[in-house]
Design a protein around this ligand. Structure first.
Ligand SMILES: Nc1ncnc2c1ncn2[C@@H]1O[C@H](COP(=O)(O)OP(=O)(O)OP(=O)(O)O)[C@@H](O)[C@H]1O
Length: 517
């Protein structure tokens, strides 16, 4: 098995519980904690207003981010000027992005699902002696619980669930999926399993092909199979514990939100929900409760039938070619991503989990290169944005309080625990993505040639300090995309909105040429 195959065979790190982050209420609590300077002396307090009163607490505490408790007062963002670096210290041949490590999504909705002994984000600091190298996820307790690679396991439990769960199950076996295209609940269709294609913290994704192949749109589909938490998947009798009920409700909220939002979206650069294995997941407001009532012993599987992107996710694709994506390709991919996010924000949806793994490619880089000069180049989208598990439909000026996202992409205001504007957290994540494509490293990883001390600093610490800089592009004054990064990886009151990103020459030059109609 070569190195890349080995990397990708690693299960993703599950999203993790933050005990101190259980503020699922809308009202933000005041948090207090002394801020210390380098010597450990208490500094002037950092101020966090409450969402309700906007009064000033004396100090702030950052719950459970042990390594963040000594945050300095966030500094003005000062990326080092290109002139300060005569030569990039980065080894141009090395690629430092590839790390399937901390997909540490602080999923507010899932808090009660996590096991008490799961890792927390602050444990994901790079070991002090870590040399620049690829880092993969370390196995965790939760991975043992929901082994993301074990499609076979999930099939087994699926089979036993299904045989007992009534409707929509009789035609099912391990290799065959019965499902329904949206709003065609009276016409069951059959798909045959081809192979697993990916896995996340909350799902396994498998490729299926239609048995009759009559509809090209659903001839090949990606089936996103929800992973039920252990405590929900092996219920031998009706479980009336409070924890069980909370877990069920939170999972149900998250699932129905993802499905309803996906169902409402229609954009070429966004993955499509084509159907579902059981219409109750779409038609009921409380599908899991309804299903449990039907069969209290186990939950039947939830299989979302999605459009299939045959070239996989962007992180995997970038890794497979060891980075070094050409500028025109980065520009094209990012322009489509900006289009997708603009559409989402105009639809009052925030994504909250924008990252390289959630950008899916319809074509390989080689394929894109091969039709780059043909007229279809601008008529065909090359990406689809996926994973709406953390998305939220919001009112116009609604602020969010749920701390969620993936560790490397999360904005400082989310880390700080203050109510945040989800639009701006999305544009922060876009900045992280674009930087990563330009530099082949994540912006808040330990810098190349970092000292032991710098390495031991948490990613969250660097994020809170806006501590990033250009390396590979330090001397490049021609790349107009740099402006997007510089105006997104910055304080929220200076940060670009999606419209500003869209209007920047780097994006506009491409989107003006696109014609997906
Ligand atoms: N429509 C698709 N076509 C091709 N591959 C897909 C598709 N959907 C998902 N994948 C693959 O499966 C992986 C996991 O999917 P997804 O991110 O939706 O799951 P998740 O459990 O919500 O993940 P996360 O832990 O990131 O929240 C993706 O990174 C991608 O590699």
């Amino acid at each position: 098995m070569d190195e890349f195959s080995r990397l990708f065979s690693q299960p993703k790190t599950p999203q993790l519980k933050q005990d101190g982050f259980s503020d699922s209420t809308d009202k933000q609590q005041e948090r207090t904690s002394p801020i210390k300077n380098k010597e450990g002396n208490q500094k002037a307090p950092f101020i966090v207003p409450t969402s309700e009163t906007c009064t000033t607490p004396l100090t702030v505490s950052i719950p459970t981010f042990e390594n963040v408790q000594t945050l300095p007062t966030p500094m003005t963002y000062t990326p080092l000027s290109p002139g300060n670096l005569s030569m990039s210290p980065i080894d141009q041949s090395s690629l430092n992005i590839p790390k399937r490590r901390s997909h540490a999504r602080l999923l507010d909705d899932m808090l009660s699902i996590a096991q008490p002994n799961q890792r927390v984000v602050s444990e994901l600091v790079a070991p002090a002696n870590l040399l620049p190298q690829r880092v993969v996820s370390l196995p965790t307790v939760a991975e043992e619980t929901f082994n993301s690679d074990s499609a076979a396991d999930s099939n087994t439990s699926k089979k036993s669930c299904l045989s007992e769960s009534g409707d929509y199950t009789d035609k099912y076996d391990d290799e065959t999926l019965q499902g329904f295209l949206l709003d065609h609940w009276d016409q069951p269709l059959l798909w045959r399993k081809v192979r697993p294609i990916g896995s996340g913290n909350f799902s396994n994704v498998l490729l299926y092909e239609s048995m009759d192949q009559s509809d090209p749109k659903s001839a090949q589909v990606a089936v996103k199979r929800l992973k039920y938490p252990e405590e929900l998947s092996h219920v031998e009798q009706i479980n009336t514990s409070l924890r069980y009920k909370e877990t069920l409700s939170r999972l149900e909220n998250s699932l129905t939100r993802e499905l309803q939002v996906l169902k409402s979206l229609n954009h070429p650069c966004i993955v499509k929900l084509l159907g579902i294995n059981n219409p109750i997941f779409i038609t009921s407001k409380k599908p899991l409760h309804d299903l449990i009532k039907k069969n209290p012993r186990a939950l039947p599987p939830c299989d979302m039938i999605m459009s299939y992107c045959s070239a996989g996710d962007l992180l995997a694709a970038v890794m497979a070619r060891n980075g070094g994506l050409e500028l025109w390709l980065i520009q094209r991919i990012f322009a489509e991503l900006a289009l997708a996010v603009k559409y989402l924000h105009e639809s009052n949806v925030i994504h909250r989990d924008l990252k390289l793994e959630n950008v899916l490619l319809k074509y390989t880089f080689d394929d894109i290169n091969s039709f780059k000069d043909s007229p279809i180049y601008y008529r065909q989208n090359v990406i689809e944005l996926a994973d709406f598990g953390l998305c939220k439909k919001i009112e116009n000026d609604e602020m969010c309080t749920a701390r969620c996202g993936s560790e490397d992409y999360v904005s400082p205001e989310i880390l700080m625990g203050v109510p945040y504007d989800g639009h701006l957290s999305d544009t922060w994540a876009l900045g992280v993505i674009l930087y990563s494509l330009f530099e082949d490293r994540l912006p808040f990883d330990p810098p190349p040639n970092a000292s032991m001390r710098q390495r031991s600093r948490a990613t969250s610490h660097r994020i809170a300090r806006f501590d990033w800089r250009w390396y590979r592009l330090s001397d490049d004054d021609t790349n107009t995309g740099k402006k997007i990064v510089e105006n997104t990886l910055t304080r929220k009151n200076q940060r670009w909105s999606i419209d500003e990103i869209y209007d920047s020459p780097f994006v506009k030059d491409i989107v003006d040429k696109l014609d997906f109609s």
